[in-house]
Structures are given as C-alpha cells and as structure tokens.
Design a protein. Structure first.
Length: 325
C-alpha cells in the first residue's frame, strides 16, 4: 500500500499562494515615519516609531481536533508542533500547568535563524518572516536611534548590578559604539547570534512589542538535566513586555505569546476547548513556587506602577489556581 505523504511542518506550506498574499498584506501595513509631520497623525507618540497600522490585531488559533481520530490528531501534532519545546515548557511548569485556561502548543519555527521574528509572525499570521518584513522594521527602528528608547535602554542597563561602570555611562563614544553594534546585529539578511546579551534581547522584544502595538509574553524553560549549561548559554528572556511607547488606547490588548528554550523562540498557539471558558494565559509562574512573571524593560519610576501598567495594557481576568503540589 502506497504511504501517504506526511503533513507539512509549517502552516504556510499548506497553501503557498495564500502565504504569499498574506506576506504582501503584512508589508503593505507597515507605517513608516517620513517626516515630523507624522508626529501629529493618529497613533503616533511624541517620538514616532515604525509600526503596523491594523494588521497586528490577528492571532492564529488551530481548529478543534477532538472530533478526529487519535491517529490523525497525533499526526497533526507531530507535523505542526515542536514536541521537544512542548516537553521542556510543560516539564518546567512554564505552560499548561493551570487547568482553568486553554492549553498552549508550540509551532515549528523555521531553522533559518532570527527565531524571535519568525515566531511573532507565526503567532499573528501563520507565516514566518521569510520576506524579512519584521526584521527590516526592527532594524529601521534601531537605526533611527529614537532618543527615548535609547534613554530607556541606558537606564535599565544602569540598574544591572556589576554590568557597567558609571564611567562607561558618561562615555558617549562608548555608548554610541554599543548602539551601533546592537543595531548591526539586526541588519537584514544577517542572522542574530545564537547567544545574545540578555539586555539586548530584552531591548529587541520591547521594540517588537511597540512595532506591533501589543504586549508580548515570553514563557521560557530548560530541562533539569541541562539547566545549568543552558541557563549560562541561553539566559531566560521570560516575562511581559509592554508597548510603552504608545498610549494604551492606541494598542491591541491581546498579547503575542511566545515560548523560549535552548536559544530558540516559538509561537505558542491555542486550540479551542469546548469545556474551558477562559482563553487566557497565566501571569503567574509555577516553577518550584508561585511568583509573578517579571515585567521587562521598565523605567525605575514605572516599577512602582507595574500592576497598573499591566491592567491598562492587558485585559486581565482572575481565575482560580490549582493547589500547589
């Protein structure tokens, strides 16, 4: 009996014509600041930033699979899901530990590098960033050297103990060179290094959330038998990133949800559940003990208003948590 061909590993491979059209729509939706006249247009801050006009409001949701046979469901899972990432994130209690909300599943991400941008694109539109639209936009924002983003970066960096000296902060040439280097790392058609300084990665995700005008939540985990090695090689970017360059009423409050393990990002998508009503993600971790997820890249003055910022940039919902085991 002739063996049936396997299902495609990526959603976009199931309809290449549609994938091309979606990428064209993504490119057409980018709003590029051209002059100071743009500062008075809607959806622009005092220091405007490249961003999506309306296409950022979408999120991929897989169809409900319970009506299909177990064999078919397993085939779909093996084809579309990154089962190693799922194992890591579930075993470390990063995702799917709360029975009151829908489960999350990591999608396979292209192995071409720059997994952060591929994962965000997959989460919203089901296609990877093959045309480098997200990549070019991130690079353009960094290249434009927006002063309040750079000031935020310097303040967050200043609060890292032992990371930088006071003399370095006063050295404008040194700061300019560092900004040039972290900008060059995102240059289109170049691959970001597998290991990126944690602060740089946080900066990239923070800028991404502002390009998208929606929060980004990252869940991360490493397996116990490799935790020490992986933690040293791939520091965790787990946390909540808010689009603080924008007023909350200019943003879409549904977050982009990403997973991270072993230096790779992936999109964490949900499947409809006929039993559960809460289509949400917990902002509490369950790694050994309960604790709030960190909110990344805040100014010192914003740290004291963290809960308020979460409530205005996200639609929050109280749910019952399982007893700690």
């Amino acid at each position: 009996m002739e063996e049936k061909p396997p299902l495609p590993q990526h959603l976009e491979d199931s309809n290449l014509i549609k994938a091309v059209k979606v990428r064209e729509m993504i490119a057409d939706d980018i709003v590029t600041p051209l002059s100071t006249d743009d500062f008075v247009k809607p959806f622009c801050t005092a220091q405007t930033i490249h961003h999506f006009g309306s296409f950022h409001r979408y999120s991929v949701q897989l169809p409900e699979l319970e009506c299909y046979s177990t064999v078919y469901r397993k085939q779909v899972e093996r084809s579309l899901f990154d089962l190693y990432m799922l194992k890591v994130l579930e075993e470390t209690k990063s995702i799917n530990w709360c029975n009151e909300v829908t489960r999350l599943f990591p999608l396979h991400v292209s192995g071409e590098g720059n997994s952060l941008l591929h994962a965000a694109s997959l989460y919203m539109w089901g296609v990877s960033d093959t045309d480098l639209i997200m990549h070019k936009t991130l690079y353009d924002v960094l290249k434009n050297n927006i002063s309040n983003i750079r000031q935020r970066f310097q303040e967050v960096k200043k609060r890292l103990p032992g990371f930088i000296s006071a003399a370095h902060l006063k050295d404008t040439r040194s700061l300019d060179e560092e900004w040039r280097q972290l900008t060059e790392m995102t240059k289109p058609k170049s691959k970001m290094p597998v290991t990126v300084i944690p602060l740089y990665m946080e900066l990239y995700i923070f800028i991404l959330s502002n390009i998208l005008r929606r929060p980004v939540i990252v869940f991360a985990g490493n397996l116990k038998d490799a935790a020490r090695i992986l933690t040293d090689s791939f520091p965790s970017p787990a946390g909540v990133y808010l689009p603080l360059q924008w007023q909350e009423n200019q943003c879409y409050h549904s977050p982009v949800v990403l997973g991270y393990a072993s230096g790779t990002f992936t999109a964490l998508v949900s499947v409809p559940d006929t039993v559960l009503e809460n289509e949400a993600v917990p902002l509490t971790t369950l790694k050994g003990h309960r604790g709030e997820m960190p909110v990344r890249f805040l100014l010192e003055i914003e740290e004291t208003a963290k809960k308020k910022l979460l409530s205005v940039y996200l639609d929050l919902l109280d749910v019952s948590l399982p007893n700690k085991t």
